[in-house]
Ligand binder design. Sequence first.
Ligand SMILES: [Zn+2]
Length: 355
Amino acid sequence: MHLRVVLRIPGGDTLTRDTLDGRWADPWGVPDESTPVDTWALPGLIDAHAHLARATTGFGPGDVVETGVRAKRALEAGVGVILDKGWLDLTVVRMMEQVPADERPDVEAAGVILAVEDGYWPGLGRDVGAGRITEEVSRAARDGRGWVKLIGDWPRKGIGPVVNFSEAELTQAVAVARANGARLAVHTMAREVPAMAVEAGADSIEHGLFLSDRDLVALGERGGSWVPTVIQIEKVIEQLGERSSGGRLLTEGLVNVAANLELAVEAGVHVLTGTDLAIRTHEVALEAVRLWEMGMAPSAVVDAVSWSGYRATGRAAAFEVGEHANAVLFGEDPSLDPRVLAHPSRVIRMGRLVA
Ligand SMILES: [Zn+2]
């Protein structure tokens, strides 16, 4: 299929590109189809904290076919990149092997989530026994596709949040992940772990309710990522009850998140949208809207749900001639009103109209 696309980039240029063998080309010949001139274009949306293998009900082994269906649905909603932050099995990796790359978003995936005994949802993580960081992180890096996910803290009944790994263990985990070609993501909702994870060199902080100014500056200096997953936090607060000790802690954390969003962007942190367990990957625009409602500037929101994630993962995203012809198009400018992100007019994947 030969498309001609006028790409109006929010806050940037307008480019005219044709497709040729699935890649962007300069205009040539007579196209089969042209998109309307008045379209706004992003390279794609990003869900930087997905669990694509999760079924609607409960935690159990993933289903490769259903996971592929979810990936296709995400693509149709304009999602171009999924960072899957692990599951209890390797369903997402199997899906990546079975569903061709032009029928789904790009996927990077952690393998089995790493935690300690009693330190995560029962059965969802793999217990890293004492002294086994090197062994388990290298295994997870080899099993996954680009990421290792580690649960930094988790509440214990009657005690509150407990730190799962020491800073020395986190530092070792980062080194082992890197040596095996993977990035390290650390889940943290409690107070102590963000500073430890940043100091240890973690690539992505998941939730990170208690990141300090100092942490954000250090994370930004090395181009690290922060995926606050606001809708997920709000869901957990609802489940725990606002007045429970956990609910109060997370509510305090959310105030912190709202205060930190702008500072993080200024510090160079890649603040990214993530769905986690609260909503599905094809709904990631809802998290972008939530960040906007929490006070993030619309242009920064567009960055969080697109460009910033592309930069953070080393993707070319400038609609360059010769690159894969990927784009999500909108009838209005999402950098003026992020609600537009939930309603793409067209989605192009490797030169093919998929929606
Ligand atoms: Zn998660």
